[in-house]
Design a protein around this ligand. Structure first.
Ligand code: CP
Length: 335
């Protein structure tokens, strides 16, 4: 460890060096061991934080809320629709007031073109750390939990691991691009060989792919982009088939929930992009299947895969708790 964590914002993992990311993972593993042994970890006793949500959540909300309680503090849940934000109160005023009341602010705001800007505006005015619980561009807590899970499953060896981030068909809701963006940026920094596979029209932004390739050049991994789904499964050690919405042709911006049309003809044309046992058979024999959850079962993935022997989705979800606790500890109590 070479730098100071305390007081920093956690909006994008690109703001943290590879060594700092490794420290977050080490602290996560330490907290996980202590949790397993029932050893108390009251590192944030008497601290309070605010968890603001513009959208629904199961894992993120509860890993933060339970995690912060386990660290000795109290996290208050704030539904943005019941805050004065609903009457137009600014990010600046909200951040200044909440940062005078407590020790950190965390926020989920995924609407395309708004979320990341909102978080950065809060970070500009907040006197305490602002944490990104998922925005339109990044989901840093998810990517960190994914790495911890891969480290556990592959004995700590991530170098040259063949990881495929694969677009998958879904009808449940319009999913942000933030999970694959954070993954494709972070994984090559750990030396992995990353394949990003999607149908034409579901590209991630050019700047994301360029940055991911630059990360690979610097740290020794590789990034390959393809529309060949079969190639992404072939020989993979890790597959992450997951839907993301078409931001390229449908920039719905701040549309109210329910106003965004999820299923259209362009989407339906790619119904075959489902993770099946047959496709999994082309991967490495010890392949693991990952998904940030919630999964759109029988659209994104067959039950027999997500409930099968290669699936690690519940371990991955559990690691959201341990990584959340590590980030909160480092930002709020680290040196
Ligand atoms: N993976 C994830 O962020 O889950 P939630 O939407 O339930 O928080």
């Amino acid at each position: 460890m070479q730098t100071v964590f305390r007081g920093r914002h956690f909006i994008d993992l690109e703001d943290f060096s590879r060594e700092e990311v490794e420290t977050m993972l080490d602290v996560s593993a330490d907290l996980k061991l202590k949790f397993a042994q029932g050893i108390p970890t009251p590192y944030l006793r008497d601290q309070s934080m605010f968890l603001m949500f513009f959208e629904q959540s199961t894992r993120t909300r509860n890993s933060m809320e339970a995690g912060f309680a386990q660290l000795g503090g109290h996290a208050g849940f704030l539904d943005s629709s019941s805050m004065q934000i609903a009457h137009g109160e600014s990010a600046k005023d909200t951040a200044i007031i909440l940062s005078r009341f407590g020790h950190a602010i965390a926020c989920r705001y995924c609407n395309w073109g708004y979320g990341n800007k909102y978080l950065n505006e809060m970070a500009k005015w907040s006197k305490v750390p602002v944490m990104n619980l998922q925005c339109d561009l990044y989901h840093p807590f998810q990517a960190l939990a994914d790495i911890l899970t891969m480290k556990e499953k592959f004995g700590g060896k991530l170098d040259r691991l063949k990881v495929s981030i694969i677009w998958a068909y879904a009808e449940s809701h319009k999913k942000p691009i933030s999970v694959p963006v954070s993954q494709v940026l972070l994984f090559p920094r750990l030396g992995m060989d990353v394949t990003l596979a999607h149908p034409k029209g579901w590209e991630l932004p050019d700047w994301v792919v360029a940055k991911a390739k630059a990360n690979a050049d610097r740290y020794g991994g590789t990034v390959t982009v393809t529309d060949d789904e079969a190639a992404a499964y072939r020989g993979a050690h890790v597959v992450i088939p997951k839907n993301w919405g078409n931001w390229v042709n449908d920039q719905t911006g701040n549309a109210p929930a329910g106003a965004v049309k999820v299923v259209d003809d362009a989407l339906k044309a790619h119904r075959s992009w489902k993770c099946t046992e047959e496709k999994m058979a082309a991967a490495d024999k010890n392949v693991i299947y990952m998904h940030a959850l919630p999964a759109d079962r029988n659209n994104e993935v067959e039950d027999s895969v997500i409930d099968g022997p290669h699936s690690v989705v519940y371990d991955e979800a559990e690691n959201r708790l341990h990584t959340a606790k590590a980030v909160m500890t480092l930002l709020m109590n680290g040196r």
